[in-house]
Design a protein around this ligand. Structure first.
Ligand code: GUN
Ligand code: ZN
Length: 495
């Protein structure tokens, strides 16, 4: 009777099936936000875009008498006019934005249950980024007491309504970790990382990476994780790679209202578009002028590209190339480059979750040099216990000399036995011919590691070609190996 079943994994990302009272959904997925006061695209239309679940705000329904009565009488699905699963938010965000929420945690939770929400959310406190630690900790205590109250009102496995455990803690990784750990102890059906909207708005993506990792490491793996407020498609690959499974998007409507056109590479101002670069049903039917005149058409395009990107993320998980997708997406925008770099800082964590073998990787930029697969390879170098004479060489052609072992060097991995030339991961990963210095550095660090591990029993010759000339690690390698520069045929002719 597990509620969440994982089918494919890549990095910390997964494709999973979640059981709700209104049927199964497949993650990762994005829940379009339906504001019952201000409908841009009808809930009943959402399925055609690819939506499997929606999210609406229980507090907005609760405080408006006609909506409240209808929801209580017929349920939230009837109110929105759809039978697909619906998650309801609690009004926490209104609390944060307007400070005028007049409902208790207990009241709003009971209301969510009574209107038949598939996923209920307690009234957490979204603490903004960069407040004082003391304030964030105090807010978190309140959130945690509300989570405990929620769990006692809605015992586990007792009902159809699932319950989300919200993670807060502002920009403090220690508080995020603590928040996640304590929520996990209460055993929620799913978890939701909150309080990140201001970070998203200010493009603090590197900090977001730290917060997701701190939270995720302390949450159970057999439950989905929602990232509140992350509706821009350019962020999906990164957030999914770090273990987020569910997203909500008001972005499709908010950006449309602002006359902004979403793409998986960022946002474009509609007024600057000469053509519509996308081929969704809207963009292949209407002109730029028609989109300018009709915000609903723009919102529809925004939603199409949002689901298109999520499908791309899913396909990348299935193929084992989610890192490549992250690397491509994050190179589109400077603050995402920061986030990608920050993700490489967490490669050791990601490596622990990543699958053992997958498709060989493509080296796309210097950030590929710090991929979890490369780190894993470095960690396994102590498998090679060497004695006798060993040649380590950057070139496959070599002299006739006889060695007990021959190792080739392939950036960014480093040394590998010639016998494993065709094996995963080193032998199969594809790198550019003109490889960058970062990959060379990582490779030489791993050469050094192999030398250090075996310096007592083996005698090394390290042979390199001119493309490695001047690398600062060559000197260090010289402490453990006889270093020979391989003179190419061309160089011989010239001299
Ligand atoms: N929507 C956006 N951010 C948040 C948050 O931190 N908590 C809740 N409940 N909803 C949100
Ligand atoms: Zn389009």
């Amino acid at each position: 009777m597990t509620k969440y079943e994982i089918q494919h994994k890549d990095l910390m990302g997964r494709i999973g099936k979640l059981r709700t009272a209104h049927g199964y959904i497949e993650t990762p997925t994005i829940l379009p936000v339906i504001n019952p006061n201000l409908v841009t695209i009808e809930a009943a239309e959402m399925k055609k875009y690819g939506a499997e679940m929606l999210i609406t705000n229980a507090y907005i329904i609760y405080r408006k008498p006609d909506l409240r009565e209808e929801a209580l009488a017929k349920g939230v699905h009837s109110l929105l006019g759809t039978e697909i699963p619906i998650m309801t938010d609690s009004g926490s965000y209104q609390l944060y934005e307007y400070r005028d929420v007049e409902v208790s945690n207990r009241e709003i939770l009971e209301f969510q249950q009574r209107i038949g929400s598939d996923v209920c959310v307690p009234l957490d406190i979204p603490t903004p980024p960069y407040v004082k630690h003391k304030r964030a900790k105090e807010d978190l205590e309140v959130t945690l007491s509300r989570l405990r109250e929620a769990r006692s009102l809605m015992p586990a496995n007792g009902q159809d309504n699932m319950l989300a455990g919200v993670v807060q803690g502002s920009t403090f990784t220690d508080l995020r970790a603590d928040s996640a750990r304590q929520a996990a102890e209460l055993e929620f059906d799913l978890y939701a990382i909150g309080g990140v909207v201001p970070l998203l708005e200010s493009h603090g993506f590197a900090r977001l990476v730290d917060l997701i990792v701190a939270s995720k490491q302390n949450l159970p793996l057999n439950a989905p994780v929602h990232l509140f407020g992350a509706g821009h498609p350019m962020l999906f690959s990164l957030a999914v790679a770090l273990g987020c499974d569910l997203f909500d998007s008001a972005a499709y409507a908010i950006f449309a209202k602002d006359k902004r056109y979403l793409t998986s590479d960022g946002t474009k101002k509609l007024e600057k578009l000469r053509v519509l670069p996308c081929s969704c049903p809207v963009c292949s039917t209407y002109s730029v002028a028609e989109l300018k005149a009709n915000t609903d058409l723009l919102a529809a395009h925004n939603l199409w590209v949002t689901f298109e990107e999520m499908r791309m993320v899913k396909q990348s998980i299935a193929e084992g190339c989610l890192w490549e997708l992250c690397e491509r997406r994050c190179r589109a925008y400077p603050s995402l480059v920061d986030a990608l770099k920050r993700m490489t800082n967490h490669s050791a964590v990601i490596e622990r979750y990543d699958v053992a073998t997958k498709r060989p990787f493509f080296y796309l930029s210097e950030y590929s040099a710090h991929r979890p697969e490369v780190l894993r390879y470095a960690n396994l170098l102590d498998r090679f216990q060497l004695s006798g004479s060993v040649l380590i060489t950057t070139k496959e052609e070599r002299e006739e000399e006889v060695y007990d072992h021959i190792y080739l060097v392939k950036p960014p991995f480093g040394p590998y036995p010639v016998e494993l030339k065709e094996s995963y991961p080193v032998g199969q990963s594809e790198i550019p011919v003109d490889i960058d210095d970062v990959a060379k550095t990582v490779a030489l660090q791993n050469v050094l590691k192999l030398l250090e591990l075996n310096s007592e029993k083996a005698e090394f010759v390290f042979q390199y070609d001119g493309s490695w000339d001047g690398h600062p690690l060559l000197e260090k390698i010289g402490k453990y190996a006889e270093v020979r520069r391989n003179v190419s045929a061309q160089e011989l002719v010239v001299s």
